[in-house]
Design a protein around this ligand. Structure first.
Ligand SMILES: NC(=O)C1=CN([C@@H]2O[C@H](COP(=O)(O)OP(=O)(O)OC[C@H]3O[C@@H](n4cnc5c(N)ncnc54)[C@H](O)[C@@H]3O)[C@@H](O)[C@H]2O)C=CC1
Ligand SMILES: O=C(CO)COP(=O)(O)O
Length: 334
């Protein structure tokens, strides 16, 4: 099996290292030729993963044709809102029977499509050839070889099992799942909830508040996921609660960090500058997740609040008051 990782940001680079460590022949595509050079010659990607030594076996290129030609597995490692444009450019060079793996955690704002749906639409591939990799996987920890597990979801179980072998190392343990919808909704919504946790910690609230946001965030994630067609068990797994807890608790999370700046009183622009323009997917996905919730008639108060803070100028303090001022209700309802 020959894999190509399209995108040499933090997660693309870490997952390329995983693939090589798993014994899979791997190329990584970087937009900038100088970055491809550095990965090839210095075995480093200091912009995204400073201090990490990449394996000698990892080949890098900035040529799309060179990267994609002959690849059996195309791993899509660019941000959600730019996946469509990137993939459109790559497609003329992708093999007819290639398998796609999406790493992106978001929902397209212009169409409300999940990333696997965007891939199927742009590539014309049947959904059985599109997989998703998602779990509690902060890139830096994985690149350091810290143990973690993940989920590889694909409607074609046999394909998921082949991918499981391609990504399986002594420190990175993939489980298979056929519930692509559950994994994708879990991954997209946890970024929004991580923004809320960041806001709370930025304000100075403690663990009770964070646990409340994580738990109620999971409740609204489950409501949306099930409405869209997911299995509830997936949200109790690595791509649901696992990723939610990791992202909401870790200072390494870009979404949580972005939210923390807002909680400390920064404007959106200041938060963007403070996080050096790094992608915090939840900032855009809170709009598409909220729109999906409206479409499926699902109540998502935390997502609503994050959306209003990020896009309607609501202050974090007012968002807190409005969340706590809602009518009281039972913990469990449909
Ligand atoms: N960093 C992490 O710990 C994890 C990230 N993810 C997801 O993986 C996806 C990629 O994330 P990262 O690698 O962390 O992002 P990143 O910001 O570190 O890197 C993005 C890569 O995409 C490239 N790119 C191509 N077209 C682009 C465009 N139009 N705009 C911006 N960048 C473009 C950039 O050059 C860069 O190489 C995201 O959806 C993220 O949510 C998932 C799990 C872990
Ligand atoms: O998806 C992630 C961990 O699983 C990374 O989260 P951030 O994008 O918030 O850094």
């Amino acid at each position: 099996m020959r894999a190509v990782v399209m995108g040499a940001g933090s997660w693309g680079t870490a997952i390329a290292k995983v693939l090589v460590d798993a014994g899979t022949e791997t190329t990584i595509w970087a937009r900038r030729p100088e970055l491809a050079e550095r990965i090839t010659h210095d075995h480093a990607n200091g912009d995204y993963l400073p201090g990490i030594t990449l394996p000698d076996g990892l080949r890098a290129t900035s040529s799309v044709v060179d990267a994609v030609t002959g690849a059996d597995v195309v791993v899509c490692a660019v941000p959600s809102q730019s996946l469509r444009a990137n993939l459109t450019e790559w497609m003329p060079h992708v093999a007819d029977d290639a398998t796609f793996v999406s790493l992106a955690k978001g929902v397209e704002t212009s169409t409300l499509l999940r990333m696997s749906e965007v891939i199927a639409e742009v590539s014309g591939a049947p959904v059985e050839r599109v997989a998703v990799l998602s779990g509690p996987n902060l890139a830096r920890e994985i690149a350091e070889g810290q143990p973690a597990a993940t989920v590889i979801a694909c409607r074609d179980e046999h394909r998921a099992q082949n991918l499981q072998q391609a990504f399986n190392t002594g420190y990175f343990r993939p489980y298979t799942n056929t519930d692509v919808v559950g994994c994708e909704i879990g991954g997209a919504v946890k970024n929004v909830i991580a923004l809320a946790c960041g806001m709370a910690s930025g304000v100075g609230f403690g663990q009770n508040t964070l646990a409340t946001i994580i738990t109620r965030g999971l409740a609204e994630t489950i409501r949306l996921a099930v409405a869209v067609g997911a299995q509830i068990e997936t949200l109790a797994g690595l791509a649901g609660v696992g990723d939610l807890v990791a992202t909401c608790s870790s200072p390494l999370s870009r979404n949580r960090t972005f939210g923390a700046h807002l909680g400390q009183g920064a404007t959106m622009q200041e938060a963007q500058e403070a996080t050096h323009g790094q992608v915090a997917e939840g900032v855009k996905s809170c709009s598409s997740v909220r729109a999906l919730a409206v479409k499926f008639d699902v109540e998502m108060p935390l997502t609503d609040a994050v959306h209003q803070v990020c896009h309607s100028g609501l202050s974090v303090a007012d968002a807190v008051s409005s969340l706590l001022g809602r009518r009281t209700k039972p913990e469990i309802y449909d």
